[in-house]
Design a binder for this molecule. Sequence first.
Ligand SMILES: NC(=O)c1ccc[n+]([C@@H]2O[C@H](COP(=O)([O-])OP(=O)(O)OC[C@H]3O[C@@H](n4cnc5c(N)ncnc54)[C@H](OP(=O)(O)O)[C@@H]3O)[C@@H](O)[C@H]2O)c1
Length: 320
Amino acid sequence: MKATWRNRYGGPAVLQVKELPKPTPKAGELLIRVHASTVNRTDCGVLTGLPYVFRLFTGPIKPRHASTGTDFAGVVESVGAAVTRYKPGERVLGFYDVGIGSHAEYVAVPESCPMVSLPEGIDFVVAAAAAEGAHYALNFINKVPLGSGKRVLVNGATGAIGSAAVQFLVHAGVEVTAVCPTAQVERVRALGPALVVDYQKSDFTQLPGGYDFVFDAVGKSTFGRCRRLLVPKGIYLSSELGPGWQNPFLALLGFVAPGKRVVFPLPVNIQGSLEQIRAHLLDGSFKPMLDRTYPLDQAAEAFRYVLTGQKIGNVVLVCS
Ligand SMILES: NC(=O)c1ccc[n+]([C@@H]2O[C@H](COP(=O)([O-])OP(=O)(O)OC[C@H]3O[C@@H](n4cnc5c(N)ncnc54)[C@H](OP(=O)(O)O)[C@@H]3O)[C@@H](O)[C@H]2O)c1
């Protein structure tokens, strides 16, 4: 089978696509024929091993998986003798945030890998694009008390995380302000926010304020700059650690200092996210934003594009 392959951490130049033996599933594993898999910002961490702390999970010296890939939309090809929940022929969507080697025509995953069955009618490319960013978006949303009447500002509304967050928030009846670049204003407006701010024309931190929550889904702002936007007990969340890695520390400070504070959205419960994502895909309340698709052979090119930090939503590899 064809798969991406590297033997060290590095940029896209270390990545090849080559013929590897098709995996044989062990007793507790499923063999998945991968139809589509994204190249996402988490994959960039798996490829480069950066930030270094990520290597605690992906392999300290060398990458644990020779192939890149964190998610898959595909069909169960065969199952090991101990597998009980899935059967051959079933369509599935899975995601594991420290890498599973799914940039391949086939991947073997344990039955415990976060995964949901995928109903007929949901395209594999769309399904793959629905997992990573949406999981992190749900892990912003489930960290704060949301509801109708709340006001949220989402910075980075064209990212995989931001574009999913805007849709989930709008669906929950929240009043959303979405911040994005000039070229994508109309595309973001179609997601349903109350206000779209073009960050290339105006500084969103100078808006009148009154926000219950600021979600920086692209990690380009700081709590200091966004503080004035928040209501007295408002909360700031960011997908990044912050320029001085301050966000986790500010989040700890928030436990003792009353008033405006930072919450660090540690992403947990991928299985729960996938179940919610499937429900949103089925009722039409979530349509993942799609940018480019690449054939598996061009995986390194896809990584080069994603590493620019300028993708619009999701980039998908068509694997088989
Ligand atoms: N905490 C976690 O567990 C975790 C997990 C995954 C990703 N992340 C981080 O979360 C961030 C977002 O990931 P993603 O996949 O959603 O992003 P992404 O898809 O790579 O895209 C970022 C988008 O934001 C836009 N953008 C860039 N600078 C901006 C600015 N100053 N203001 C508003 N929009 C801006 C970009 O377009 P233009 O450049 O054209 O403006 C691009 O469309 C990344 O920094 C990533 O490293 C964190």
